[in-house]
Ligand binder design. Structure first.
Ligand code: 6OG
Length: 179
């Protein structure tokens, strides 16, 4: 069927506690060396929500009642299939945060205003004087994250598409808030 391409389903889950966001440093595989929410491929017969819960448990050692917050579509000439990612969110969790083979969990400070977000995006590697934690490391994350994470953390539901070039840089994007 033309013009249909193939798409692979993935999940991404973010846990927040007050002004802090839990991210994982990807130790291997796709996105190695970058910080991201916890997630991975959806298995056959599994729902996105089930996969999100399973991946958070496998990669960070915790369980959380995840809420669906957003939908992303990524395209790249490097991969033959587009990535369809459902993004989830939780403010409480159970269990002990544990490093896994794939991810090293770490808490980061969330900028308190949109203006501060912009400052952190432009001038990364800043430390929050209150918590002593590093602010969200936008320079060590997928380039699209800076486009939607601030609105996501303000409680918005969103949908978007990001196209990456062969050089791995973001070429074109489209994002919209659902609420
Ligand atoms: P595994 O290979 O570990 O799943 N992912 C992306 N996340 C963001 N924020 N931006 C992207 O832009 C991404 N591409 C993939 C989805 C890969 C994990 O990485 C996420 C999954 O959580 C290109 O099974």
């Amino acid at each position: 069927w033309l013009p249909f391409n193939k798409v692979k389903p993935y999940t991404n889950a973010f846990v927040r506690q007050g002004n802090q966001l839990l991210l994982g440093y990807k130790k291997r595989g796709f996105g190695k060396g970058l910080y991201n929410g916890f997630g991975g491929k959806v298995d056959q017969g599994e729902t996105f929500a089930d996969a999100a819960t399973r991946e958070l448990q496998e990669e960070a050692g915790i369980t959380a009642k995840l809420e669906h917050r957003g939908t992303l579509l990524f395209m790249s000439p490097e991969i033959t299939e587009a990535a369809h990612i459902e993004v989830f969110y939780a403010e409480t969790f159970e269990g002990t945060i544990t490093e896994s083979d794939e991810m090293r969990p770490e808490w980061f400070a969330i900028p308190s205003t949109d203006e501060k977000h912009r400052e952190i995006i432009q001038k990364a590697k800043q430390v929050d004087a209150v918590s002593g934690l590093r602010f969200i490391p936008y320079d060590e994350m997928w380039e699209d994250d800076a486009l939607w994470l601030p609105a996501f953390l303000s409680g918005h539901h969103f949908i978007g598409r990001a196209d990456f070039g062969a050089d791995g840089r973001l070429q074109k994007w489209w994002f919209a808030l659902k609420s």
